[in-house]
Ligand binder design. Structure first.
Ligand code: ADP
Ligand code: MG
Length: 338
C-alpha cells in the first residue's frame, strides 16, 4: 500500500527555495528588498566568488525583535500582510514570507540584528536549522551573511552560468533597485572593491549618473505626467543615445522592478520612428498606482505582475514620452537659432 507522508519542514523549504532562489542574484534581491521594506537609508552589499562563497547585506533599518528571529526564518511568516484584504493591497516589496526560509534552506546564514530598545542578537542557521542564537552588540539594523550558497543542492550549482554572468546579474538587480529608491544610499562591492555607490539624496538624475555615468544622465529628459489612475515620473534618453539591448529600460511599478513587455513596447512607441533598428534608449519609468489595481501574487519572484488598466497606462506612457521628445526637439532647434 502507498504511504503518503508530510515532508519534514527543512525538506519542504528546500523544495520551495528552488522557486525563489535561482542564483546568487536572487539572494541579493531578496535581502535588499527586505532592507528596503525595513525603512533603511543605507544598504551595503558585498559578495565573494560571484556570491557563491559569501553574500553580505548590511542595512540600518528597523531590525528584527529578538523574540521574532525564528519566525523571520519560518516559511509563510511575514510582518507585511495579515489577511486576504492586505494581499490585494500590497505596499511593500515582500509579503510572501518565503525568502529567509528559502535562503536558509540552501546555505549557511548568519544574522546580526538589533531593533531599537532591544539587545542585539546573533544567530546562525544551516540547511534551515537554527544552530545558535546569542546576545551580541550591534548597531540598529540588520546584517545577514549567506555562505556557501547551494552547498546542499549540487544540481543548482551546475545550472549556474559563468561567474562573470552571475556578477552581472547581481549588478543589474542593484542598479534597478537603486533607481527605484534614489533616497537610499547603496554600496555594492565585489570582494571589497566598489562596483556601485549611489548618493541616496533622493535625486533620480544623480542616481542615474552614479549608474550610467554623468555623460548619459545629464542628457536625460525628466518625465512627469498623470491621469486619474497613474502617475508617471522618470528619465528618458534622447533617441541619439541608445544601446543595442533593452536592458537599459527599467520599469518600476510602485518601487518594484518588473518585467513587462507591453510597457516596454509603449516606451519604444513614444520614440516613434526616431530609433534606429535594434537600438534602444535609456529609460527609467516610475509608475505610481493604487496597489488595488495591481496583482503582485502571480509569480514567486514577483517580477511579473498583473495590472488592471494596462492599456490605459501604456497609452499614457507613449503619449508623455512622445510629447517630451517633441518639446526637447523644439527647444534644441530654438536654442540653435539664437
Ligand atoms: P517577506 O519579506 O515576504 O515578509 P522574508 O522571508 O523575506 O519575507 O522575511 C520575513 C520577515 O523577516 C519580514 O516580514 C520582516 O519582518 C523580517 N525581516 C527580514 N529581513 C529584515 C531586515 N533586513 N530588517 C528588518 N526585518 C527584516
Ligand atoms: Mg522578503
Amino acid at each position: 500500500m502507498v504511504q503518503i507522508s508530510e515532508l519534514p519542514v527543512n525538506l519542504a523549504n528546500q523544495i520551495a527555495a528552488g522557486e525563489v532562489i535561482e542564483r546568487p542574484a536572487s539572494v541579493v534581491k531578496e535581502l535588499v528588498e527586505n532592507a528596503i521594506d525595513a525603512g533603511s537609508k543605507q544598504i551595503q552589499i558585498d559578495f565573494v566568488d560571484a556570491g557563491l562563497k559569501k553574500i553580505t547585506v548590511q542595512d540600518n533599518g528597523s531590525g528584527i525583535p529578538s523574540d521574532q528571529l525564528d519566525l523571520a526564518f519560518t516559511r509563510h511568516a511575514t510582518s507585511k500582510i495579515k489577511n486576504e484584504r492586505d494581499l490585494f493591497n500590497v505596499g511593500t516589496l515582500g509579503f510572501r514570507g518565503e525568502a529567509l526560509a528559502s535562503i536558509a534552506a540552501v546555505s549557511h546564514v548568519e544574522i546580526l540584528t538589533d531593533s531599537a530598545g532591544q539587545v542585539g542578537q546573533r544567530a546562525e542557521f544551516s540547511a534551515g536549522v537554527k544552530q545558535l542564537q546569542e546576545k551580541a552588540g550591534a548597531a540598529v539594523g540588520t546584517r545577514i551573511t549567506v555562505r556557501d550558497l547551494f552547498y546542499n543542492t549540487p544540481a543548482r550549482l551546475k545550472y549556474l552560468r559563468s561567474p562573470r554572468t552571475e556578477i552581472m546579474k547581481i549588478v543589474d538587480i542593484i542598479n534597478r533597485l537603486a533607481l527605484g529608491y534614489p533616497h537610499i544610499a547603496f554600496t555594492l562591492k565585489n570582494e571589497g572593491r566598489i562596483l556601485l555607490k549611489t548618493v541616496g539624496n533622493g535625486n533620480l538624475k544623480q542616481t542615474a549618473a552614479n549608474i550610467y555615468g554623468r555623460n548619459i544622465a545629464e542628457k536625460m529628459i525628466s518625465l512627469d505626467d498623470a491621469d486619474q489612475d497613474f502617475e508617471i515620473t522618470g528619465l528618458i534618453s534622447k533617441p541619439e543615445i541608445t544601446r543595442s539591448t533593452r536592458n537599459f529600460i527599467s520599469i518600476l511599478l510602485n518601487g518594484r522592478y518588473i518585467n513587462n513587455f507591453q510597457i516596454v513596447k509603449a516606451v519604444l512607441a513614444g520614440y516613434g520612428n526616431n530609433l534606429t533598428d535594434k537600438h534602444y534608449p535609456f529609460a527609467i519609468i516610475k509608475i505610481k498606482v493604487d496597489p488595488l489595481l495591481v496583482d503582485v501574487n502571480v509569480h514567486p519572484t514577483k517580477r511579473e505582475v498583473r495590472l488592471s488598466k494596462e492599456t490605459q497606462l501604456c497609452r499614457l506612457i507613449t503619449k508623455t514620452i512622445s510629447q517630451k521628445l517633441m518639446l526637447s526637439d523644439v527647444q534644441a532647434s530654438g536654442s540653435g537659432n539664437l
